[in-house]
Design a protein around this ligand. Sequence first.
Ligand SMILES: Cc1cc2nc3c(=O)[nH]c(=O)nc-3n(C[C@H](O)[C@H](O)[C@H](O)COP(=O)(O)OP(=O)(O)OC[C@H]3O[C@@H](n4cnc5c(N)ncnc54)[C@H](O)[C@@H]3O)c2cc1C
Length: 645
Amino acid sequence: MDLFTEGDPIADTRAPDGPIETRWERRRFEAKLVNPANRRKMTVIVVGTGLAGGSAAATLAEQGYRVKSYCYQDSPRRAHSIAAQGGINAAKNYRNDGDSVHRLFYDTVKGGDFRSRESNVHRLAEVSVNIIDQCVAQGVPFAREYGGLLDTRSFGGAQVQRTFYARGQTGQQLLLGAYQALERQIGLGNVEMNSRHEMLELIVVDGKARGIVVRDMVTGEITSEFADAVVLASGGYGNVFYLSTNAKGCNVTATWRAHRKGAYFANPCYTQIHPTCIPVSGDHQSKLTLMSESLRNDGRVWVPKARGDDRDPREIPEDERDYYLERIYPSFGNLVPRDIASRAAKNVCDEGRGVGPTKLGVYLDFADAIDRLGRKAIEAKYGNLFEMYERITGEDPYEVPMRIYPAVHYTMGGLWVDYDLQSTIPGLFVIGEANFSDHGANRLGASALMQGLADGYFVLPNTVANYLAAGPFEKVDATHPAAVEARRDVEDRIQRLLAIDGDRTVDSFHRELGQIMWEHCGMERSEAGLRKAIDEIRALRDQFWQRVRVPGNGEGLNQSLEKAGRVADFFELAELMCIDALHREESCGGHFRAEHQTPEGEAQRDDERFAYVAAWEFTATGEPSVLHKEDLNFEYVHPTQRSYK
Ligand SMILES: Cc1cc2nc3c(=O)[nH]c(=O)nc-3n(C[C@H](O)[C@H](O)[C@H](O)COP(=O)(O)OP(=O)(O)OC[C@H]3O[C@@H](n4cnc5c(N)ncnc54)[C@H](O)[C@@H]3O)c2cc1C
């Protein structure tokens, strides 16, 4: 059977044309408005309380809509965004170092390896400056210089310092800002907050998204919830690899269920492998830890020049070290984008020059920076990251270089959305990491927080009004056949999972799936490997549905049941990721195909054949997905072979 079929091309019909600097302004002006009295009559469901969902829910409620907010954590402020460490980009040009909206736009399109939409990225760069003002007004304690001005630092893929930060806890501080805004609206009665509730299905009525089916994770109660529009801000799906830097709970269920109901899934194979994570130390692990990219501002990456050099790194003299990023990419040095740094680390380890017990590691060394700036200055910038590293590895990075290795970190793929952030299901909007986002095939560091908050505070609140202007829509309740069917599907699936009563844990299946994905759809992919992976995933999925053991029942807290549902969805997603990776016969950004590389081992794009967004349509279980291509046009940043040399 064919792995997929090809359907009609898809176009972003909401994308304005004309001079790029005026597009967002014009779209906002042309979009319909909803008058304040009518906003009160309309309800919006927001799934997710991370930076994207939290900021969207607070803003929509502030505007006067009634909002129902959902998250699976015990508090909205525990969303995965809280883990973000290094910073958030904005084209403020406070340093007067040559930054501008245009440069951020340019860096992001280039950093994404020319696989993102120019209009979206320009809007993101424009809005970036408002985000900092918004967050400062909320009291987010960004780092400041001695004189009191906001401090910035560099992140990969940029030669300017445009990253605003709060030590190594930027996500936490930004999320507390959004959370306070959300709490205020909860207190005012404008937001109904539903923590510990997991969305398990989307309700589509007459072609429009009108609600969700949720399970109360504490009581097991299943209910149907209705609204005039539904916003998914449910984060990324990096945990399909089992080991990743994502919080353990991160999953694909919300977006995958919507995909099965008609929302196209775009570029699922674009995965970001972050170069600076603590190396895997054994098969007992269920989670990997990121060491923020900000560390590459001062840390120097190196390996011994000689293979198998096992000496203590401090005993290896300068002339026997290879600072390979500085050597290969002299212009950007240690601050090359993530895809490039990750592949370079893999290459030196493949050559036998990796360090540490597994030999899958490279050094990130702060000795020079400590000599130059003093330990105090390094502590002030990165203290909490150093502490975290020491607690996990037992080594003191002030004394011994850190050991790092690439790990799965972020997913650029996600539900396809138009310029208004609306999916292919009318009334279903998708924001933050959950959509296929503005990052093309590779996200630059500090740009996810920027995108999540741009979507939530500034873009969605404008564009959703254009849709809601036609509302309020006809009332729907739990007796509507579409709602009855969605709820029944959820109940049947739970019963099916509980009834298998097999002999393998959910985690054992998840771990094995992750190994297949890492091996064949990770940092490097090949046709043979991807075909093998598809066969293995299918076989393992069949086993899962015969042998998984989910103890307990559905009538209360049952973490195995929660995980089983998520892993079942990961199986389906994993297959689509491999098919997407297989069909894209080029290398671009986070998608590196072994067959398509330059003589120097860099990613070799094929713009003639693949300058498009791959938007996948679900047909039916077991049937091939349909590929719809959205052509990408570049008027302002002309695609070239990326060079950071
Ligand atoms: C360790 C780490 C460090 C990072 N550091 C940075 C950084 O310095 N700078 C940067 O720009 N980016 C960083 N990133 C990336 C960035 O943190 C994320 O991309 C971003 O926070 C995602 O935000 P979000 O709002 O889209 O989703 P999330 O914060 O993941 O929130 C998802 C929300 O959806 C809810 N949810 C999901 N599914 C369901 C469901 N089925 N039912 C109900 N609720 C559901 C969850 O409960 C949660 O509230 C980092 C990522 C990691 C892993």
